[in-house]
Design a protein. Structure first.
Length: 326
């Protein structure tokens, strides 16, 4: 009820009467008052005027389950939010929930991760109060070989969500990074539980640098944050909500085609690797090639030095610029 009341306060242009809230939620005026007091303790500025009701005059800058739930506008993506002030890894929590049968579209969010994980088992710096660490649990009815395409869907959704909230235009570094002004702003890690011919569940983890003002020296040339690039404090819940709404849109298109054909041009427009020399890193070898874009299966199409066209599957391959990160 608390998140629903907060959402009503956010959407209201004026005052919400206590009686309206009592009638809507079938509770007493005392119960409504208690919710308002809880919201005030969480940092929301709420004005109460006799014979008028309640009005939200200031939002809370910190992240919380209530703030996220009240911001979500999608139909199923992120409608159920499980929030942790601190956890080991949202991917681990989502996989645990997947094993227990939790619903498609459940979202796991943490303010801080103590064992954040990136691609190929790399650690992911996850301090509190600065970034978005979230994982979406999915139960797609597709063959396991198509699961890596969830990463590409999420990349598009993140680019859309960032643009909607901040106005910043990002690019995608295939297969799993979001780039802003040549530096990494977001990483995506997709994992799944599957049998030979069907998927039990897929988890798509997302880490977005939001309000960091500094980075370790070894990362300064490679990473940035939305705050550093925009000059403004970022409302993390607003970004989460925008990403979920956009992901839901792309996923519903994907369900009909079971590939990326419905937004192939859109992805390739954002692809920072496109029409550039890249270094392809495969297990046991690396080689230079010219990136042409992705196909409807999400594979990166490259032309090698001897003129051959190759389609690279995202699973065990990384791509970076010949002379640097991008």
């Amino acid at each position: 009820m608390k998140a629903e009341i907060l959402k009503l306060l956010k959407d209201s242009d004026g005052y919400l009467s206590g009686q309206q809230l009592c009638d809507r939620f079938q509770v007493s005026r005392t119960a409504v008052w208690k919710v308002m007091e809880q919201l005030k303790k969480e940092g929301y500025e709420i004005e109460a005027v006799r014979n008028k009701g309640y009005r939200l005059i200031g939002s809370c800058a910190s992240l919380s389950g209530t703030e996220i739930e009240s911001s979500i506008k999608s139909e199923w993506a992120g409608r159920r939010v499980v929030y942790f002030e601190e956890t080991d890894s949202t991917n681990l929590r989502a996989k645990e929930a997947g094993e227990k049968g939790e619903a498609h579209g459940s979202l796991y969010v943490a303010d801080c991760q103590i064992s954040g994980k990136g691609r190929r088992g790399r650690s992911w710096e996850s301090p509190s109060g600065t970034s978005i660490y979230m994982t979406l649990l999915l139960r797609p009815k597709i063959l396991p070989g198509k699961a890596p395409q969830m990463t590409l869907l999420m990349a598009l959704a993140v680019a859309d969500g960032i643009r909607e909230v901040t106005g910043l235009s990002t690019q995608i570094k295939w297969p799993n990074d979001i780039i802003l002004n040549g530096k990494k702003i977001c990483g995506i890690l997709t994992e799944m539980s599957a049998e030979i011919d069907y998927i039990n569940y897929v988890v798509v983890g997302v880490g977005i640098n939001c309000n960091q003002e500094t980075f370790p020296e070894e990362l300064r040339e490679k990473a940035t944050s939305l705050k550093l690039e925009s000059g403004q404090e970022i409302q993390r819940a607003a970004v989460i909500a925008a990403v979920m709404e956009s992901f839901e849109k792309y996923y519903q298109i994907f369900e009909k085609t079971e590939d990326l054909s419905g937004f192939l041009d859109e992805y390739n427009e954002l692809l920072v690797n496109r029409e550039r020399e890249v270094l392809v890193l495969e297990p046991g070898q690396e080689y230079e090639a010219y990136a042409l874009g992705i196909n409807s299966s999400g594979e990166l199409i490259v032309k090698t030095a001897d003129g051959q066209r190759r389609e690279i599957f995202a699973g065990e391959v990384s791509v970076r610029g010949v002379y640097g990160y991008v």
